[in-house]
Design a protein around this ligand. Structure first.
Ligand SMILES: Cc1ncc(COP(=O)(O)O)c(C=O)c1O
Length: 372
């Protein structure tokens, strides 16, 4: 890779990260027992408006813990969008439940909430919402359905710490909600994640599940958990990052608005929706979708952009087209045309916090070359 290659993501680590990491090393607190873990849990929970945060080793683990903690029962159905990351469906399957899919909205790329009610049956126990690429799911209809049918809400807020829906923080809508702190997120701990809830019993279950379900009598277990603990080193990074969440969110919004301006005259692209009835886009990533009159697909675009020195990532590949899930006998004969099209036509361009204006200009110029 050439030195001027534009990475798809680069985090900003120039606040108190080094200082807090040095504190861990100097004090010897590097495991999950250290004080930064609790500080991060409290800081994030408070920022998102929740009573409890349970730090874990990544956002996928957070989903596993969240779904397992709810004890939905074997064979319970959980409704989720097909356009998401495998971690969502995997957590449902691993908990012995069944993922049931809906398609996404062609403009916002989020769960099409108008399709949810038709999928609710006597087996349905929960709806998993996934706020995608910077815009939140339209939560009001989901909350109404959950109330009407007595369903739990699992909220995957991995991509949207700092985003709101009608002024209320994302991450505050689920009976249980999850975050990721991977380096492409607004707040990073290298690898990391968190479960959020207001329920003290669920909190205890999550803490237990993340820590091998140790009991009072150590090394005797009634239940199988995982070692999904977050280290003090990771949490130290997170505490430093949280000090800058407001700044990071503002930076992302500026980046997105600047791309909107630069891409205005480029033909053949669908750009992210800047504003919905319920919020402004936070542009976690800046996604573009190739119009049907462009005679190549996202895979070809990604290869050509790599050759031009621009890092990109494809959009999600839908759950109903995942070989591993189909081998389990799931989703036979099902089709979700919007997600199928997004997967084949969509990709995102460099969108990290360290992205410079010059890199943005070069990215857009490269795409202009591509699309003519
Ligand atoms: C919506 C969503 N959920 C879950 C995850 C998983 O997070 P992690 O990579 O920390 O396991 C991601 C990762 O990007 C994500 O985008």
């Amino acid at each position: 890779m050439t030195p001027d290659f534009i990475p798809v993501n680069e985090p900003l680590l120039d606040g108190n990260e080094k200082k807090y990491l040095a504190e861990c090393i100097e004090s010897g607190w590097i495991s999950s027992e250290g004080p930064f873990v609790r500080r991060l849990e409290q800081g994030v929970a408070q920022r998102v408006g929740r009573n409890f945060g349970i730090a874990v080793c990544n956002g996928s683990a957070a989903l596993d813990v969240a779904v397992a903690a709810l004890q939905l029962g074997l064979g319970a159905d959980v409704i989720l969008p097909t356009f998401t990351i495998i971690s969502c469906a995997a957590a449902i399957v691993r908990a012995g439940a069944t993922p049931v899919l809906v398609d996404v909205d062609p403009m916002t790329w989020n769960m099409d909430v108008s399709q949810v009610e038709a999928k609710i049956t006597s087996r349905t126990r929960a709806i998993m919402v996934v706020h995608t690429y910077g815009l939140p799911v339209d939560m009001d209809p989901v909350l109404t359905l959950a109330e009407k049918h007595g369903l739990k809400i699992i909220e995957d807020a991995a991509e949207v710490i700092g985003q709101t829906y009608k002024g209320r923080p994302c991450g505050s809508f689920g009976d249980i909600s999850t975050l990721s702190f991977y380096p492409n997120k607004h707040i990073t701990t290298g690898e990391g994640g968190m479960v959020l809830t207001d329920d003290p019993e669920l909190t205890e279950r999550c803490r237990s599940l993340r820590n091998l379900c140790f009991q009072k009598k150590r090394f005797v277990h009634d239940e199988l958990g995982w070692n999904f603990r977050m280290s003090n080193l990771q949490a130290a990074l997170g505490v430093a990052q949280m000090e800058r969440l407001g700044e990071f969110v503002a930076r992302k919004r500026e980046m997105g608005q600047r791309y909107n301006e630069l891409f205005k005259d480029v033909n053949g692209l669908q750009l992210p929706v800047a504003k919905t009835r319920y919020t402004d886009n936070i542009y976690w990533v800046y996604g573009v979708v190739l119009n049907d009159d462009i005679d190549f697909d996202a895979e070809i675009a990604i290869n050509r952009l790599t050759n031009l020195g621009v890092g990109t990532r494809p959009f999600f590949w839908p759950m109903h087209e995942q070989p591993v899930l189909r081998q389990l006998g799931l989703f036979r004969g099902e089709s979700y045309p919007i997600a199928e099209r997004l997967a084949r036509r969509g990709f995102y361009v460099p969108s990290g916090l360290a992205l410079t204006e010059n890199q943005q200009n070069r990215t857009v110029d490269s795409i202009k070359t591509l699309c003519g």
